[in-house]
Design a protein around this ligand. Structure first.
Ligand SMILES: Nc1ncnc2c1ncn2[C@@H]1O[C@H](COP(=O)(O)OP(=O)(O)O)[C@@H](O)[C@H]1O
Ligand SMILES: O=P(O)(O)OC[C@H](O)CO
Length: 495
């Protein structure tokens, strides 16, 4: 292929939209990133304005191209990856009909509790998901039931639904599509039959007219409208951000595991062609590629890096996230202080919508450094909770890590210690964007195949576990006790 061509990856996350230009060796050639506002109309509700997402994303594209000194005509393909589950409805002109309901939003928690009682088993069997307000189905039902006139318009075929990938691809190309990995997070998609499921559509009362077409994660969906960038570029990669990160880590074989440390932590284990079920983990589609679907087990931890943000912006005991490392290293141990950051309930493996945060073990000598250390340790414990559960089903040798908080060496060392496993940090930290770039590039033969991609992956640093087993287990027992005390708290407090 042409030597001076590049791949543009759009990584639309929960708090910011990024665009990255990659070259054939998977180097970052240019990047743009813009935050967009978070809207909290009521306690526990989280929304984004789709126009604000689009504007941030489009500006990021422009900035990335400028910084890379690359013309749109030099882009061989575009890949899209996104915060998952977040639900948008728009009309055929591309105009949003309500704010996006974000994956973190809890407005449908009660609705889901009710649906779960009657249909929990069938939902788990067909979608691989644990019924929770986290997924798109209840959010879409809420919109159809609460936005005046929306259901009638939807039944007339005037309304399009999608996760953020679908919205962006619609704006870029005019095509109404999603990929298997994103569809598998809606709670409306049958992950074995690989199709939207009539029974689930009935349970959630969703008219099929609103649904996008589901495609593989690596194929040409359409071409960018000329008026946007002055070129018609193939959009040919689409995957949910966590699945894209698994791909970007070149975790192509069954048993390979990655953890992404961002706002939350998302731990995914490739299970190959096998659909594996676990009571407390999600079964999800990793990607659809060249006629084959790869599955994964996932543990979604809702709040990890967000707890570090809370130290900074909430109780303001630090000025920047990296400061937590310096503070944590001032102590030899947590001295019995634990922090369970269950701000929005707990996800995997506890799935308790009513858990709330707690800090326990405080004495007169407790200071900032204890809180900083307890926050970082909590991230590692929450990750171990998921890995323990995964190990019942798949053998795990080591953990590949990525995401903003992996810059914290104390956290990485403690993670290796508390897992008793190697933790491997790759050279390219932008694994999510890279995964989407790979998917896009493979579809247009920019890269030859998975073998070439595997060879591009490089470890930057390996963290070996150093803690003795007894200490590790003693500390972890303390964590489990702290979690027990956080469970169901919202209900207790209400009563
Ligand atoms: N050095 C650090 N130590 C601990 N946490 C960090 C550090 N740097 C960033 N973080 C946390 O990582 C998160 C940002 O990571 P990022 O991958 O950009 O997340 P997202 O894509 O979810 O917005 C923030 O929540 C931030 O608090
Ligand atoms: O925006 P991120 O990177 O925190 O990812 C969010 C997840 O996709 C939610 O499922």
């Amino acid at each position: 292929m042409d030597g001076d061509k590049f791949i543009l990856s759009l990584d639309e996350g929960t708090t910011s939209a990024r665009a990255i230009v990659f070259d054939r060796e998977s180097n970052v050639v240019g990047m743009g990133q813009y935050e967009f506002p978070q809207h909290y109309p009521r306690p526990g509700w989280v929304e984004h304005n789709p126009e604000e997402i689009w504007n941030a994303q489009f500006r990021a594209i422009k900035t990335a191209l400028e910084r890379a000194k690359v013309e749109p005509g030099q882009i061989a393909a575009i890949g899209v990856t996104n915060q998952r589950e977040t639900t948008i409805v728009w009309d055929r002109s591309g105009k949003p009909l309500y704010n996006a309901i974000v994956w973190q939003c809890r407005r449908t928690a009660e609705m889901v509790e009710e649906i779960k009682r009657e249909h929990g088993d069938v939902i788990k069997e067909k979608t691989g998901l644990v019924p929770d307000a986290y997924f798109s189905a209840s959010k879409l039902k809420w919109l159809l039931d609460n936005v005046p006139g929306l259901r009638e318009r939807a039944e007339r075929g005037e309304v399009l639904f999608g996760t953020v990938d679908t919205f962006l691809i619609y704006r870029l190309t005019g095509e109404h599509v999603t990929d298997y990995s994103n569809a598998s997070r809606t709670m409306l998609f049958n992950i074995k039959k690989l199709d939207w499921d009539d029974e689930l559509l009935e349970i959630f009362d969703i008219p099929a007219e609103v649904l996008p077409e589901v495609r593989e994660s690596s194929e040409v969906y359409g071409y960018t409208k000329r008026e946007l960038l002055g070129a018609e570029i193939p959009v040919s990669g689409d995957a949910g951000d966590q699945q894209a990160a698994l791909f970007g880590q070149a975790a192509f074989e069954a048993g390979m595991v990655k953890a992404t440390y961002g706002t939350g932590n998302f731990i995914l284990a490739n299970t190959g062609k096998t659909v594996r079920y676990s009571d407390n983990l999600l079964t999800t589609i990793a990607w659809g590629l060249k006629g084959k679907v790869t599955y994964a087990l996932e543990g979604s931890v809702f709040i990890t890096g967000a707890a570090v943000q809370w130290l900074r912006d909430g109780i303001r005991i630090i000025e920047s996230a990296p400061e937590t490392e310096e503070l944590a290293r001032k102590l030899e141990s947590n001295e019995g202080v634990y922090f369970v950051p269950a701000f929005v309930g707990l996800g995997a493996p506890y799935w308790d919508q009513f858990a709330r945060g707690l800090i326990i073990g405080i004495t007169r000598g407790t200071g900032r450094e204890h809180l900083a250390r307890a926050t970082l340790e909590a991230i590692a414990y929450l990750t171990r909770d998921v890995i323990e559960e995964m190990e019942r089903l798949v053998g795990i040798k080591e953990l590949r890590v990525d995401g903003g908080a992996t810059a914290n060496d104390f956290l990485m060392e403690f993670q290796a210690d508390i897992l008793g496993k190697r933790v491997i940090r790759p050279v390219v930290k932008e694994t999510t964007a890279l995964g989407a770039a790979y998917l896009a590039g493979l579809a247009v033969d920019y890269w030859d195949g998975m073998e070439e991609i595997k060879d591009l992956w490089r470890a930057e640093r390996i963290f070996e576990p150093k803690m003795d087993r007894e200490t590790r287990e003693r500390l972890y027992r303390g964590w489990k006790e702290a979690v027990k005390r956080a469970l169901g708290w919202a209900k207790i407090a209400e009563a």
